[in-house]
Design a protein around this ligand. Structure first.
Ligand code: SAM
Length: 254
């Protein structure tokens, strides 16, 4: 249970401050069905990414704010934990995770969408620094790049809005996720395959395309044998060239 969200009623009260700040960060687009379209360069990047296994993966939709709070509660997210949104879009879920006290990172392949998160973080740091909630004690960062290049194995909670991801993408994400800490949790549309993952439960959390969207929650129950090698060439979030990080936010590192 989150420190700032001890019960359903207080979630609604405490979340209103965060909803307001999110709206400020996104110039009034905190809750919207805006699609954040792809640029030509973005389309080329999706073509090239991971040998073309992500054909429809650029399709857009967002987890709504209350849906995000519900997910954090369901996953038992705790202040100080590390959160990743793999395919973060314009970065709202990441911002909300940070407001809940998590060390939050989003990775997004579309430059246009990543740029929206970059602008939001700049706006937050420059114009709303005094409004940052006391609960936001972790770090907030947005990486421009591919999920398949990111080392997210230090996560406590991973969110993957994977409805439009291909089977091969899910398998490739699982290759890295197998090395997540035992006990860490994954919330996604498609369950990650492999003996390292146990399905915990399904729950509903609203999105821009379905208010009753059902999500699967898995837990990492073991890691691969020690003679197996980890995926190579992955970078930690702070090793990417294009990272935006709010300087006003205390960075607890990784
Ligand atoms: C359905 S949207 C979800 C956005 C956000 N997570 C949310 O729920 O509000 C999925 C996002 O994943 C991004 N994406 C797809 N494949 C990716 C990849 N290989 N690396 C990084 N981002 C990717 C897409 O561009 C899209 O913005």
């Amino acid at each position: 249970m989150l420190q700032c969200s001890p019960g359903p009623d207080s979630v609604i009260v405490s979340s209103s401050v965060r909803v307001k700040l999110l709206a400020s960060m996104y110039y009034g687009r905190g809750v919207s069905t805006f699609q954040w379209p792809l640029s030509e360069d973005d389309s080329a990047a999706f073509e090239e990414d991971a040998g073309g296994i992500s054909r429809y993966a650029s399709d857009y939709g967002e987890l709504l704010t209350e849906g995000a709070f519900h997910m954090f509660q369901k996953a038992g997210a705790q202040s100080g934990q590390r959160f990743y949104d793999l395919g973060a879009g314009a970065g709202k879920v990441v911002a909300l995770a940070w407001m809940e006290g998590l060390n939050a990172t989003g990775v997004e392949l579309s430059h246009f969408r990543w740029d929206a998160s970059r602008q939001a973080i700049a706006h937050l740091c420059n114009s709303h620094a005094e409004e940052m909630p006391e609960s936001a004690t972790g770090s907030l960062s947005y990486v421009h790049g591919s999920i398949f290049d990111l080392n997210f194995t230090d996560a406590d909670l991973v969110f993957i809005s994977s409805l439009m991801f291909s089977r091969r993408m899910i398998a490739k994400i699982a290759e890295t996720a197998r090395w997540l800490k035992v006990g860490s949790r994954i919330v996604s549309h498609y369950a990650l395959p492999g003996p390292e993952f146990r399905e915990l439960e399904e729950f509903q959390a609203a999105t821009t395309w379905n208010l009753d969207k059902v999500w699967k929650m898995q837990e990492v129950v073991r890691n691969p044998e020690t003679n197996e090698s980890r995926p190579s060439g992955l970078k930690l979030w702070n090793q990417f060239e294009a990272v935006r990080h709010c300087n006003n936010v205390k960075d607890t590192g990784i």
